[in-house]
Each structure stands twice: as structure tokens, then as C-alpha cells.
Design a protein around this ligand. Structure first.
Ligand SMILES: Cc1ncc(COP(=O)(O)O)c(C=O)c1O
Ligand SMILES: N[C@@H](CCCC[NH3+])C(=O)O
Length: 445
């Protein structure tokens, strides 16, 4: 069963729902080609907040958070804040009873600002700075996931017993995702290799630090992972390591964190991740392996980021011009790689929809490009849009809630767009957009 089928919609709408599954569940068709997100017309949001704007549907985020808890009630679900971190979203996550994965003092500061319970915070990072570690210790975060021998030494001298830690392990599992976001394979910067014995060395190193208390192991095989079998394999290998540590040190580690990485569909027709299948197969694999090694079953943690917030987000753009260039028609919008670098980084593909007017014009493939000074600033190649698309039209891009706001830049001195929350017909500015004054204020000349 997929996440969309697991939990019924929280909100209700009298309007017709969109059949495409890439929009938040409550997205409704409005008048004259408008769409309603969280009960608010997109044309009204564009008029009120300008474009580009990031929109996030609060009910969709909450629904997804609940679906994870429901699919794995025995596990801890820690939202990965790197996907989208701001006070409101972190507050929703807290209210839904999830834990939180942070990977910098900055992400922790957001959690602290809303009083997120420290014991439900896990800190990650392959190169945590002394400031990151001090912030984590200062707030008393529940667990720190150590990722290098240097870090273990440093944390050992900064922390007071019992600072709980997990060791990040690279299990040697190829999750068959984009190379830049595949983190379970050998020969890369994250974690300690299982195959080489580095993970067991790291455990010995932690055990030698009197201020640290080892409570478990962690792995994260990558992001936008579609294959449940990859998670299952990683889980088996991790239990194998728990068993080896039990044999060598007599250690019974109570926690096993299997990371995040659950894929979401970006294009209509792409499959939803099989969340129930994942939960069942991983549960069975862990129980089976534990039984065969005569180990107690550890408490599992999973860390979904993208799959909690990605499909809850929509970005609005205004068309600036339409140009025939060689073989292609370019539709240039008022945003681009500064608000969405994913196409340039990962070759990510998106669907684009004209909003706010009806047209009978046939659709033809166009290339939606941004405003930045790079030929590679393409937001969506070969997407069908009506032939009469023109300057001033409003475009909406779904599935932009994860790794858009958090990856945004100020390239070409462009201010980052606002983040607008929508829920039950009400829109709220969650993070205001950056102005030229904001950018100039940091420039001390
Ligand atoms: C340690 C860790 N946990 C969780 C995540 C969240 O991944 P995703 O957003 O793909 O669920 C990441 C990012 O890939 C990560 O590095
Ligand atoms: N930024 C990546 C995901 C990184 C996951 C974090 N480890 C993306 O947009 O797909």
C-alpha cells in the first residue's frame, strides 16, 4: 500500500480533486483554470505574495507524518530537517510526535527556537564542526551520530557522560539512485565502511571514550530510493554487524537507525513508494536476522525527509517571456536554479501546469527555463504546455517541498522566495522572501 492510500485526507473540499497523484491530496480545481491548495486559490496566493513563491500544504505534511507513524508504530520516525527546515514545519513535526534529524547548529537552532524536545533530536553530519558539536551538547540532543575518528575524539573531550551516540556505518548497498545522493556504497565521504572493518574500529574508538555511551548503529543508503530490497539488504547487514559486536564486546545495542531516502513521484505516472511493503519487509528481515543471531530486536528509527514534505510543496512562477530558439520553445520564468537547483544537480524532472486561465489551445512540448545567467538553468525540459502560453501566465510546479527552499541560493543577487503555508483556506507567511535590502545589508562594502 502506498502512503497516499494509507491515511485518508485530513481536510475536505467541495471542489473536484485533481486526478494526478503528484499534487497534495486536497488540491482542488477552482474557477477559470485556478487550483486551490489547502483551500486557497493559487491565483490569489500569487497576487498576494508575488512570484516565485514556495507553498507548503500543512495538512499534507501532517498527513504524511501520520502515515509514517501508522506504517511503523513500533519504530521512531525522525523527520530529516535538511529537506525543509523552518520553525513552523518543525513545530508541526513536533505536534505529530515525530523525532527530528538535524545536521548543523543552524538546523538545531530552528529546533531550539520552537522548543523541540532535545531527547527526540538526532544530530548527523560527516564534518560536524566544533560549533555543531557544542550546540548539540549544549541543547542536550538525544543522540549524536558519529562519522569520523577525529569527531569521536573531539566529542569525547567536549561531552559529559552519558552522551549517547550512534556510529554511522556504510553498509555497501547500492540503492540505485543518482550518484550524488547514493550514500550506502563504498568509497565515499559518509560513514565507516562495514566491509573494511572501519565500522568495528569506530565502535572500539567510541567504547574507549569515557564520556560517550554507544546506543546503536546508523546507516543511510541514499535519497530518492525506490527499491525496498535495498533497504532490506542494508537492514540485514546492519543486524549482522550488531551480532558481530555482540560476539566481540558482549554489547547489546538497543537502537538501529536505518536512515531515510524514501522516493516520491515527481511526474504523473511514477510509482509511489511502497511504504507498507517497506515496513513489512524490513520488520521481517530485522526480526529474522536477530532471531538467527540470538539477539534482542533493536528499536528501529527511520528518517524520512523528502517523503514528508516534498509532495506537500508547490512553487509558483510567472512567465516572463516566450521565445522560439532553434528547435525548442523556451518559456522563461521569474525564478530558476536559485530556487530549484535540482534539475542542474541531479537531472531532476518536473511537471508544470498553467494556472488561472482556461485555454483550448493544444499542448506542445516546451522548455521552462529560469532567469539566471547559465544555459543550464532549465527548470523543466520538454513539458507539455498550451501553445498560447504567454508572458504574465502563472505556472505551478508540484512536488517542490523538499530540497528546494533548503537548497536555494542568491545566485545573481536574487532574493530567495518566501515560504507560504496554506491550510483550511488560510495562507500564512512562514518564511518571508529576501529583499534587495536583505542582501545588501550583509555586504559591508
Ligand atoms: C542521514 C540522513 N538521514 C535522512 C535523510 C533524508 O533523506 P530523504 O529526504 O531522502 O528521506 C538524509 C538525506 O539523504 C540523510 O543524510
Ligand atoms: N538534495 C538532494 C537530496 C539530498 C539528501 C540529503 N542527504 C535532492 O534534492 O535530491
Amino acid at each position: 500500500m502506498t502512503l497516499a492510500e494509507l491515511v485518508p485526507s485530513l481536510g475536505s473540499s467541495l471542489q473536484a480533486k485533481l486526478s494526478e497523484r503528484i499534487w497534495p491530496l486536497d488540491t482542488a480545481l477552482g474557477h477559470d483554470g485556478d487550483l486551490l491548495l489547502g483551500g486557497v486559490p493559487l491565483t490569489r496566493l500569487a497576487a498576494q505574495f508575488g512570484t516565485p513563491s514556495y507553498l507548503i500544504d500543512e495538512n499534507e505534511v501532517r498527513r504524511r507524518a501520520r502515515a509514517y507513524r501508522q506504517a511503523m508504530p513500533e519504530a521512531e520516525v525522525a523527520y530529516a530537517g535538511k529537506a525543509l527546515s523552518c520553525k513552523a514545519v518543525v513545530r508541526w513535526i513536533d505536534e505529530e510526535g515525530l523525532s527530528l534529524d538535524v545536521c548543523s547548529a543552524g538546523e538545531l537552532a530552528v529546533a531550539r527556537a520552537v522548543g523541540f524536545p532535545a531527547e527526540r533530536i538526532v544530530m548527523h553530519g560527516n564534518a560536524k564542526t566544533p560549533d555543531d558539536l557544542k550546540a548539540a551538547i549544549g541543547y542536550g540532543v538525544g543522540r549524536i551520530v558519529v562519522d569520523s575518528l577525529d569527531e569521536i575524539d573531539q566529542l569525547g573531550s567536549l561531552a559529559r557522560y552519558p552522551q549517547r551516540v550512534l556510529v554511522r556505518v556504510t553498509p555497501g548497498v547500492d540503492a540505485r539512485t543518482h550518484r550524488a545522493i547514493a550514500t550506502g556504497v563504498e568509497d565515499q565521504k559518509f560513514g565507516f565502511s562495514l566491509a573494511s572493518g572501519a565500522a568495528e574500529d569506530a565502535v572500539r574508538h567510541v567504547l574507549a571514550q569515557p564520556s560517550l555511551r554507544l546506543v546503536g548503529l546508523h546507516c543511510h543508503i541514499g535519497s530518492q530510493v525506490t527499491r525496498v530490497a535495498s533497504f532490506e539488504l542494508a537492514a540485514r547487514r546492519m543486524v549482522g554487524l550488531l551480532a558481530a559486536l555482540h560476539a566481540e564486546h558482549g554489547l547489546t545495542l538497543p537502537q538501529l537507525d536505518l536512515g531515510g531516502g524514501f522516493a516520491v513521484p515527481y511526474l504523473d505516472g511514477e510509482d509511489e513508494f511502497d511504504l507498507t511493503g517497506f515496513a513489512n519487509r524490513v520488520r521481517v528481515a530485522v526480526h529474522y536476522e536477530c532471531q538467527s543471531h540470538r539477539l534482542p530486536v533493536p528499536r528501529l528509527t527511520i528518517e524520512p525527509g523528502r517523503s514528508i514534505v516534498g509532495p506537500a510543496g508547490v512553487t509558483l512562477y510567472r512567465v516572463v517571456n516566450v521565445k522560439q530558439g532553434g528547435a525548442r520553445t523556451f518559456v522563461a520564468v521569474d525564478g530558476g536554479m536559485s530556487d530549484n537547483p535540482r534539475p542542474s544537480l541531479y537531472g531532476a524532472r518536473y511537471s508544470v501546469r498553467l494556472v488561472g486561465r482556461h485555454t483550448r489551445a493544444p499542448r506542445r512540448p516546451v522548455t521552462v527555463v529560469g532567469r539566471h545567467c547559465e544555459a543550464g538553468d532549465v527548470l523543466a525540459a520538454d513539458v507539455p504546455l498550451p501553445q498560447d502560453i504567454r508572458a504574465g501566465d502563472l505556472l505551478a510546479v508540484p512536488c517542490t517541498g523538499a530540497y528546494h527552499h533548503s537548497l536555494a541560493s542568491n545566485y545573481n543577487q536574487v532574493g530567495r522566495p518566501p515560504l507560504i503555508g496554506v491550510r483550511d483556506g488560510v495562507a500564512t507567511v512562514l518564511v518571508r522572501g529576501e529583499t534587495e535590502d536583505d542582501l545588501l545589508a550583509r555586504d559591508l562594502g
